[in-house]
Design a protein around this ligand. Structure first.
Ligand code: IPD
Ligand code: CA
Ligand code: CA
Ligand code: CA
Length: 283
């Protein structure tokens, strides 16, 4: 596989160093919870000083190394502002995916740094600093956990699958009662279709990683943002997984929803069971 940019390896190496430093910051804050918790849109939408400090540290470090690069970071995108996604090398950053887990001291969180060039996914780093599991991938070069190759399962049917179906509670709130009904009925339909089990880890990135390493067979969620999906998407694809819009059409990084799976057959079976809707909330 060809690099789209001659310096891609350097981009990846610099980002990896910064993520490792960020990991120490998050681990210290997790072990000694002193960071102030703030409420964003509601009591189900939190941010802490650690989220903000980590995002700033990553963006400062990357922009110092690569002054012409662009950034899309969760805590730097101010409420409702339209995200500008261009052909330039763009770092898509979620400083802590799983902030509710972080605040509640559930050790399932991930620092996510993804890179796009010409709007194509090129690299993804997903690091859980608590369990010290580091997932890395570059397009065309495989997916790794702490340096060892990982692969999705080869599950093709719902009745041998463990599915991850998260409702994203603040999204359900943002969309109102109709949305709650859809989320509930979609989970009911999966149970009726004979799914072996359901899991949800409170972090979109960890949900996608669970598919990437073959523990979970598929994952559906509505309401996500590019920063939840970019980095783990590279890991998932390089681990042999597939990614679609839940309706079964092409995946769109800016489309706010995902259906990912170990195999295309499984993805299509799940897609055919679900009720679909567009996700266009105010916030
Ligand atoms: C959230 C988590 C959660 C998902 C939400 C995301 P955050 O990210 O990934 O699993 O359901 O939609 O916003 O806010 O913890 O970075
Ligand atoms: Ca958040
Ligand atoms: Ca997130
Ligand atoms: Ca976050």
């Amino acid at each position: 596989a060809e690099f789209l940019h001659p310096d891609e390896q350097k981009f990846f190496d610099v980002a990896l160093g910064l993520v490792q430093t960020a990991g120490r910051l998050v681990r210290d804050a997790f072990d000694t919870p002193t960071s102030v918790v703030m409420i964003k849109s509601s009591s189900t939408d939190l941010v802490t000083e650690t989220d903000q400090a980590v995002e700033k540290m990553l963006i400062d470090g990357l922009s110092k190394a690569f002054p012409d690069h662009k950034f899309i970071g969760e805590e730097s995108v101010s409420g409702g502002a339209k995200i500008e996604f261009t052909d330039a090398p763009t770092w898509i950053i979620d400083p802590i995916d799983g902030t509710t887990n972080f605040v509640h001291r559930i050790p399932m969180i991930a620092i996510c740094v993804g890179l796009t060039i010409k709007k194509q996914l090129r690299a993804g780093i997903v690091f859980n600093p608590i369990t010290r599991e580091l997932y890395t991938a570059q397009t065309g070069r495989g997916a790794f956990k702490n340096g060892f190759p990982i692969h999705v399962s080869n599950n093709k049917t719902i009745n041998t699958s463990v599915l991850c179906a998260s409702m994203g509670i603040h999204n359900v709130k943002a969309m109102g009662g109709k949305w709650l009904e859809m989320a509930q009925s979609n989970i009911r339909k999966q149970i009726e279709a004979g799914v072996r089990g359901h899991r949800s880890f409170g972090s979109a990135a960890i949900n996608m990683i669970m598919v990437s390493q073959g523990c979970v067979d598929a994952y559906v969620e509505y309401g996500l943002h590019a920063w939840d999906m970019a980095a783990p998407a590279v890991v998932l694809l390089e681990a042999g997984g597939v990614m679609f819009d839940p309706s079964g059409s092409d995946f769109n990084l800016m489309g706010r929803k995902i259906l990912c799976a170990a195999t295309k057959e499984l993805a299509m079976e799940i897609s055919s069971k679900l009720t679909h809707a567009d996700f266009e909330p105010e916030a």
